[in-house]
Structure formats: C-alpha cells, structure tokens
Design a protein around this ligand. Structure first.
Ligand code: LIP
Length: 274
C-alpha cells in the first residue's frame, strides 16, 4: 500500500543517512583493504560494517522483507535470488576504490524492489552531501531539488560516462578498449567517476548525457537506474532491450535517441548472469 511505501521510503532515507555518517567517519582514516575477484576489486572494513548495520536496521523494521547486499553475497559466495517479495538491495560503499583513494565520488546505494520492479532508489554521496532519491512514478530529487536529465538528442553533443570495471580478463579488456574507441570517436568526450550509482545520478542531474558499463551487479545500479528514469533518462540493456537487473550490464542515456546511437556503436559484452 501507499502507506507501506511511505514507511519504506522514510526508512531508506534514514538508513542512507546513517550509512553516510560511517562513510564520512572512515573517509580520511587509515583503512584495512582486502581484495575480492581481482586486485582491482576492493573491500574495506567500512563496507562490511555498514552492510551489517543496514541489514539490522532494515530487518528490525521489516522482518519479512528480503535483503541482497554486495558484501554478504561476496562472503557467502552464493548467487542471490531475486523473488517477487519486497527486497532491499544495497551496496554499502559504491566506489570503494575512490573511498580508499580519498576521491569524493563514493556513495551508499539502496534500491527496493517489489514484484521485481524497483519502487524506491536512494543514492547518498555523503562527502558531497548529495542525497539522490526517487520513488516509482514520483520523480527524482537531489536533496530537495527535482531532477531533470539533459535534453540532448545527438550523440555528437553528448558526454558519456564509461568505466573500466574490476575484471582483468584479457578478452574482456580488448572489447572494452574497442568500446572506449567508439565512444570517444562519436561523442563529445568520456568520463569515469568510479561509482556506478553516482554515474547514473550524474546523468539524472544533467551532468552528462549517458553511461555504459559491462560487468556490474544489481546493487551497483538498481537504485541509480530508478533515479535516472524518474529524471526522464532511459535505462536499458546495452543492446536496446529491457534492462535485466541480473544481466551485469547497463546503458543509461538522457534521451531515447542517444540511447539508440550508443547501442549501435557499442560491442555488447556478455560477462555472465547473476
Ligand atoms: C564499483 C562500481 C564501478 C565499477 C567497479 C565496481 P564497488 O563498485 O560502481 O562503477 O566500475 O567495477 O563494481 O565495488 O565500489 O561497490
């Protein structure tokens, strides 16, 4: 019901603020860093502490809701199951490499799905004090300001965000380099801010016209994807079909025209299915 959704939304904001405090406290301190799938895939004790705290806060309020978190998934090594039940999907720190390097583009990302549809998206970048939020059908906001994506339709005038990702697989890198070439050739320039969630919010806020990444997971992009679409951007599978949250890839563009042009110039990489 609408009332339940209101309650879930206020919990999401509250949880994001608490997570933001922990990120801010840890930002300038010495960190214990560990690696996961590659030397470029980092986790710190702050990621793990936030995930535990957030899990506890959510289950206390909504004991029968499901939870998918980046670090608990990494620890258990199990595939996460996306069901129709209300599910809270969180990335405690999206942009852990930035966090470790004192780069301000770090965020806490929280999406809530019901019947496999995202109904709430919250991305909080606590160092910059930017709280991005969206509810399905109700628009997207940066703090209290309503967001609207850019209205550019020509890829030649578009700035596209692109990430190298954390896989070091040689074949995959070759295809990514092809994509970097194609993007530079056809756009006004490329950028990489180091956090999928922040990248999507940048497009939502008109700070760029597109974002493409291959090799992501649901917690990296599910919240930002709702924020972007609620700001009028399009979020798709890079091939142009509907976004599949378990397909490990995302294309976001400020307009359908830019989305189509991007989809046509890219080599579509299949990194697997969660
Ligand atoms: C990161 C993403 C980033 C991507 C990295 C990584 P993490 O998330 O947001 O855009 O390029 O491969 O997945 O690991 O910092 O939560």
């Amino acid at each position: 019901t609408e009332q339940e959704l209101d309650e879930m939304f206020s919990t999401a904001i509250e949880v994001a603020k608490e997570a933001g405090k922990v990120i801010r406290d840890g930002f300038y301190k010495e960190k214990t860093v560990d690696t996961k799938i590659s030397a470029a895939d980092l986790v710190t004790e702050t990621d793990q502490a936030i995930e535990k705290m957030v899990h506890a806060m959510i289950t206390k309020k909504f004991p029968d809701h499901r939870f998918i978190g980046e670090e608990s998934t990494a620890e258990s090594g199990e595939k996460h199951q996306l069901t129709d039940d209300p599910t809270w999907i969180i990335d405690p720190i999206d942009g852990t490499t930035n966090f470790v390097n004192h780069v301000q583009e770090v965020s806490f990302s929280l999406g809530v799905m019901v019947n496999k549809k995202t109904v709430i998206g919250v991305v909080y970048a606590p160092i910059k004090e930017e709280m991005f939020s969206a509810r399905l059908g109700k628009g997207a906001y940066l703090n209290s300001e309503k967001l609207k994506a850019s209205d550019i339709t020509d890829l030649k005038e578009a700035v596209i965000i692109f990430e190298g990702g954390n896989s070091r697989d040689a074949k995959l890198l070759e295809e990514k380099v092809k994509n970097i070439h194609a993007l530079i050739a056809h756009s006004r320039g490329i950028r990489a801010y180091g956090s999928a969630a922040v990248n999507l919010c940048h497009v939502a806020a008109g700070r760029g016209q597109g974002y493409v990444e291959y090799g992501l997971h649901i917690w990296d992009f599910i919240a930002g994807a709702l924020i972007a679409t609620e700001a009028g951007a399009v979020v798709l599978d890079p091939t142009g079909s509907d976004l599949d949250p378990l397909r490990q890839r995302v294309l976001c563009a400020c307009s359908p025209e830019v989305a189509k042009a991007l989809s046509q110039i890219l080599t579509h990489i299949d990194t697997g299915y969660d």
